[in-house]
Structure formats: structure tokens, C-alpha cells
Write a protein that binds this ligand. Structure first.
Ligand code: ZN
Length: 302
């Protein structure tokens, strides 16, 4: 069995829960795309090597539009991460998805428009398949692990990813529901796209903290009571997500599919003639391209 290393990207709630109180030491490289959101803490849970990253940085300093997504995934790749379990707080768009429960989405509608969403494009063009935005193998492992968790873990659902940072209007929220959206959040994109380009299996645990604004609040409920309720749901979902990740790590080494298509997404994805890719670019993107670029590009050998 080849080595597996699991990256854990913690969103609002979970990111803080896993990194608070930890020292600033960790893997904090200068990638071609800048530094990751925070130093990556390398550790071991359930006998599996893990690498923990707080998506919004220590102290929640990056808004969804400003998270250095490319640096985060590139740094994970530099560490040899093979699988990513990410978490993200969301609003529920479905009556049956109750705040405090968990969801393992299987589809995405990407509405973001301010983010760099590829490692490629300047001197090298790549088109990876993305019909299944989340790794089916990793989703199955999370769902199986979810049977031992003390809450409902919803199997599948469409995550609508909005740019933010403001929340939706009621008209938008109703539109997202009419599109078939199950939950709405601000961070899974372009993270999942970049993980696919980096040939890392990626799955998301969505943490519904409230019903999005399509559902009217109960009359007479004070604003600070509503906020307290959201925080309480977030804390509940966060604790359950940590339980779920640990349960998944227990079964992951034996259940993992070594030949998952995510792990070779670039094999047919690089459209640029390899002899035309500048050696400097190959060196810069070595963690991503190394296995496909074993020879120095011909025309640059002179
Ligand atoms: Zn996969």
C-alpha cells in the first residue's frame, strides 16, 4: 500500500478548533502562489499522517474572496498530501437539512467570480474533468464513517458557492433553492477545482449553521438570540465534524482506492505540447507536473 497523507482544511469553526493554542510553527512555504493561509501543522491521528490548515488563517483574517487557495493546495501537494478532507460552514437551503447536522455534498454550482481558479493558463494549458467535483471514493468513506456519528450525515446535495462576503437576498436564496441547491457557502470553490488539478482526492464536510434567509425567522426572536443559536449550531456541527474526520481516518487506509481517477487527473488533462513548456515553468510547478515531465523539453536543451 502506498503512503497516504490526509490534509485537513478547516473552515469557520473547525479551522479555529483544530489550530487554536497551537504554536506558530508548522510548514509555511513560499509557493509560486504565495504563502498558505496559515502554517500547516503536521501530526498523526488514528495512525494516519495528517496536515492541518486553517483556511481563513489564524484569527480568521482572510475573507472567502482573499483566501490564498492556490498556495494552500500547492503547499499540501509539496507535503505529499494524497487526500483532503475539508470542512465549510454553510446555510441550509432545504427544510430537511437541519442546522447542526452534517452533509457530504456531491455537486457544486460555482458562482464565484473574483478568484484565480487554476494553477495553469500561462504557458501551459490544462483541462481536467470535473463532472464529479468531490472524490466519490472519499465521499463513500465519509458516509460509512458517518454511521458511527451522533447526528444525521446527509448523503449528497448541491453546494452553491457564492462570492460573498455578504449573504444572499431572499430573492437569491429562493433562486438557489429553485436551482436544486441544498446548501450555500463561500469557500469550496476554487479549492475543489485546485485539488483536482493537483491530483489530490478531495471531499467536503458541510456544516449547516442556519437556514439561509429563504426561511423566515420565528416572529419575535431577538437578533442576538438568533446569533447565539447560529454559534451553538456551529459548535455542535464542528464537534461532530471532528468526530467524523477521526472515524474516517480509522477506515481510510484499508478502504482507500489507490487507483482513484482523481490521482491521475492530469494524465489526459495537459493540452499543451510538453516540448513547448518552458523549463522554468516545469521547475516552478514540479510538485504538480514532475511525474509527467521526466525529460527536459527538447527545444530548450541547446
Ligand atoms: Zn479520488
Amino acid at each position: 500500500m502506498s503512503r497516504i497523507k490526509v490534509g485537513i482544511i478547516g473552515g469557520s469553526g473547525l479551522g479555529q478548533a483544530l489550530t487554536e493554542g497551537k504554536s506558530e510553527s508548522g510548514f509555511y512555504p513560499n509557493t509560486p502562489f504565495g504563502k498558505p493561509s496559515s502554517p500547516i501543522i503536521c501530526s498523526e491521528w488514528e495512525g494516519v499522517e495528517i496536515a492541518i490548515l486553517a483556511r481563513h488563517g489564524r484569527g480568521h483574517i482572510f475573507s472567502p474572496s482573499n483566501v490564498p487557495f492556490r498556495a494552500n493546495i500547492f503547499a499540501m501537494k509539496m507535503l505529499g498530501v494524497t487526500h483532503i478532507l475539508a470542512s465549510g460552514a454553510v446555510g441550509s437551503l432545504r427544510e430537511d437539512v437541519h442546522p447542526g447536522e452534517l452533509m457530504i455534498p456531491d455537486q457544486v454550482i460555482d458562482k464565484t467570480y473574483k478568484r484565480e481558479n487554476s494553477f495553469f493558463g500561462n504557458g501551459i494549458v490544462a483541462h481536467v474533468e470535473f463532472d464529479q467535483p468531490f472524490c466519490p471514493n472519499l465521499r463513500a468513506i465519509l458516509l460509512e464513517a458517518g454511521k458511527s456519528i451522533n447526528t444525521t450525515v446527509h448523503d449528497g446535495g448541491t453546494y452553491v458557492c457564492m462570492e460573498g462576503p455578504q449573504f444572499s437576498t431572499v430573492a437569491e436564496s429562493n433562486m438557489h433553492r429553485s436551482w436544486g441547491g441544498s446548501v450555500i457557502g463561500m469557500t469550496v470553490m476554487p479549492e475543489a477545482k485546485l485539488a483536482r488539478e493537483a491530483e489530490i482526492c478531495y471531499s467536503l464536510i458541510a456544516l449547516p449553521t442556519d437556514y439561509d434567509c429563504w426561511k423566515p425567522h420565528p416572529k419575535g426572536k431577538a437578533k442576538h438570540d438568533l446569533l447565539a443559536e447560529i454559534i451553538s449550531n456551529m459548535n455542535k456541527a464542528t464537534a461532530r465534524a471532528i468526530d467524523l474526520i477521526k472515524a474516517a481516518l480509522k477506515i481510510l487506509p484499508e478502504k482507500v482506492d489507490e487507483h482513484c481517477p482523481c490521482r491521475s487527473s492530469l494524465a489526459l488533462g495537459i493540452w499543451t505540447d510538453k516540448s513547448k513548456i518552458a523549463p522554468a515553468l516545469v521547475r516552478e510547478l514540479e510538485p504538480l507536473l514532475g511525474k509527467y515531465m521526466t525529460h527536459t523539453p527538447k527545444e530548450n536543451m541547446a
